[in-house]
Design a protein around this ligand. Structure first.
Ligand code: 6R9
Length: 650
């Protein structure tokens, strides 16, 4: 493309009309920095408190007195904030628009209807013995029942753990056991791209495996009406259970620091961790950022394409929009089925104003050309958003020019499961855009770039991204392992939260996230720990050792490249390769399936036995001319072999 601008200035109508303009941004940033107590106490009034907080912020990232508490003495209920308080003003307005996988299926729930559904499910859960503080695992497709289940838990003070429907029975089992759920809420089946997902069967398989599980009840929502076996005494059909219950259910008063949910996410070591978010700070952050970043106006239709199994679905399909009384769209299907116009058709069908998706989806659609986009109108669109991984400038420009017809600002939002909501993003009325940059931190977010030794880097440089002070939406602990929380995020650079991301800051102070600097890979916007994939591979009887790295992938952003050393006497065959891929799908889920398996007679190791991933990454990236320092290798011949056989392995 020729003469593409590097900077896209804020359109003048946005500067005039948006909720926050450049002046407002500077003022808020200064207030948040200089008078945080007053600033956050004022902002937190957007929530409806049973007891308003007077103790606003109590934080220390230091080892000696490590603590993160926000709005500590405040009392509130999340379901009240997302439902009850809207009934008088917008009870009959649409809370959720549901679009099924099948384009002929869709529906709407008003705030009043959603409220009633949530109260019923809350009463059913109570009837099953669920009380404040108990954990409930939710394993559902993208149907309104998923939001209902989350809010029903919040209403009675139960802590939900949503598990993505694409995860395997094994992954589900580990998550059920780890948090000790009493109840699992699932559906007979889900639908995705015309195929059925056997959710209930997966729950059965998971519970057979989870020896330590204490699940008493499996609550089954019927969705496809598939024939499913029922385990007497354990399985309860929700459709039957809800008949006998009242649609009145009082909200449990919750302390701001009481847990709201656990969400498992991958890290560089060990099993996925249960990220814990609490009631007041999380809900505030989801609601505040939803309004500010997306410039949300009452009556608008907001569509976040993420699944509720990911944090993006928690904060921007459910909690943020509903706390703001918005209309949120939930889509069960996939962007490329029945055809590549599906997203754009949905936008026209439901007159979506704000659309929020992931770069991987955009790249996949972009490959199909402009035709499927241009076949639709998209006139309702006002603002576009991106999340999950760095968006390459080419995809950004396509999104801006073709999807948004040059009319809609793009908010490239950087954040993490751990951060609860967006931390770095343009504000559409305040920030000039640069394709590929998440631009600047929101008010109250204090970033630094540091080098490997923790030296603070000034000016236009690259380094590791850290955050020097807390924000209300920050995670509070790793479920069951507070020490791991501290060690993972606060030990690398004492007194600072380490994001795990590398980042460049340019001469205008704009931030450009360059990707993970730890052993986490980002596949289609989904986080995957290399250690998890390795564990799944070595479970196979043919495998002696495995090392997994990421490599640049045109559509997925990063792909999974596995080096596998077989046991002595085992022949590498095509069948074995398929078997290993199937094994990973079974153990973790389809999203973790390796794109490449290279047979490796040996892995490059240091003399102390550490695998040198840096070298494996270079080989996977086909940068074999730049392997760097190999002098610490125990056996350099191993590398020559891997380089020689690289092509053969793909
Ligand atoms: C919300 C979410 C977090 C990791 C994060 C970073 C990457 C997310 C990004 C981005 C560049 C963006 N990431 N948004 N990188 N630009 N706009 O995705 O949470 O699944 O926990 O992933 O995703 O590497 O550290 P999560």
């Amino acid at each position: 493309m020729t003469d593409q601008p590097d900077v896209y200035p804020v359109p003048s109508e946005w500067a005039q009309r948006a909720r926050m303009n450049a002046h407002g941004y500077e003022t808020a940033r200064t207030s948040a920095r200089e008078t945080p107590e007053a600033f956050w106490s004022e902002q937190a009034r957007r929530l409806d408190w049973m007891t308003a907080p007077t103790r606003i912020k109590d934080v220390s990232f230091d080892k000696a007195d490590f603590r993160i508490r926000w709005f500590e003495d405040g009392v509130l209920n999340v379901a009240w904030n997302c439902l009850d308080r809207h009934l008088e003003t917008r009870g009959d307005e649409t809370a959720i628009i549901w679009e099924g996988d099948d384009p002929d299926q869709s529906g709407r729930l008003s705030y009043r209807e959603l409220h009633r559904e949530v109260c019923r499910m809350a009463n059913v859960l109570k009837g099953q013995g669920v009380a404040k503080g108990d954990r409930v695992t939710i394993y559902l497709p993208m149907i309104p029942a998923a939001a209902v289940a989350m809010l029903a838990c919040a209403r009675i003070g139960a802590v939900h753990s949503v598990v993505f429907g694409g995860f395997s029975p094994d992954s589900l089992a580990g998550r059920i056991e780890d948090c000790g759920s009493k109840v699992v809420i699932t559906a007979d089946e889900g639908r995705r791209g015309g195929k059925r997902v056997p959710l209930k069967a997966n729950v059965d398989a998971a519970l057979e495996k989870a020896a330590g599980a204490i699940v008493e009840t499996v609550l089954i929502v019927s969705h496809t009406n598939a024939d499913i076996p029922i385990v007497e005494g354990r399985d309860v059909r929700y459709g039957e259970a809800k008949h006998g219950v009242s649609d009145d259910c009082p909200c449990e008063p919750m302390n701001a620091e009481d847990p709201l949910f656990i969400l498992y996410t991958s890290g560089s070591t060990g099993k996925p961790k249960g990220v814990l978010h609490t009631t007041g700070g999380y809900l505030f952050w989801a609601a505040w950022t939803h309004e500010l970043v997306f410039d949300y106006r009452p009556g608008e239709v907001f569509w976040c394409t993420a699944d509720v199994g990911w944090v993006t679905g928690h904060s921007y399909c459910v909690y943020g929009p509903l706390a703001n009384g918005a209309t949120t769209l939930m889509f069960e299907g996939v962007p490329n089925w029945p055809d590549h116009s599906r997203f754009w058709r949905i936008i026209d069908k439901h007159q979506v104003e704000i659309f929020y998706t992931a770069p991987t989806a955009l790249r996949a659609l972009m490959r199909e050309g402009d035709g499927p986009v241009k076949a639709t109108s998209r006139a309702s669109l006002r603002l576009l958003g991106s999340v999950g991984e760095p968006i390459n400038p080419e995809a950004w420009r396509w999104y801006h020019e073709v999807v948004g017809e040059g009319r809609c600002p793009i908010v490239d939002t950087w954040w993490q499961t751990e951060t609860g909501g967006v931390l770095v993003s343009p504000l559409p009325g305040a920030t000039h855009l640069k394709p590929g940059s998440a631009t600047k931190p929101l008010p109250g977010v204090e970033l630094e770039l540091v080098d490997a030794d923790g030296m603070v880097l000034e000016g236009a440089v690259s380094g590791n991204l850290v955050i020097t002070d807390s924000w209300p939406g920050q995670m509070r602990t790793v479920w069951g392992d507070h020490q791991r929380f501290f060690d993972t995020y606060f030990s690398a650079y004492p007194g600072k939260y380490f994001t795990g991301d590398g980042c460049r800051r340019d001469e205008d102070g704009y931030y450009w996230i360059t990707g993970r600097v730890d052993d986490v890979i980002n596949v289609s916007g989904h986080r995957m720990g290399t250690a998890e994939v390795e564990s799944a591979l070595v479970l196979h009887e043919a495998v002696a050792e495995a090392a997994v790295v990421g490599f640049p992938h045109e559509i997925k952003g990063q792909g999974i490249y596995a080096y596998v050393t077989l046991n002595v006497g085992v022949e590498p065959t095509e069948a074995l390769r398929k078997d290993l891929i199937a094994q990973v799908r079974r153990e973790i889920g389809p999203i973790a399936a390796p794109d490449v398996i290279q047979w490796a007679p040996g892995l490059p190791k240091t003399r102390s036995g550490k695998i040198m991933r840096r070298i494996l990454r270079k080989i996977a990236e086909n940068e074999v001319g730049a392997l760097g320092d190999t002098s610490t290798l125990a056996d350099p011949a191993v590398v020559d072999d891997l380089v020689r056989n690289r092509a053969a392995g793909r």
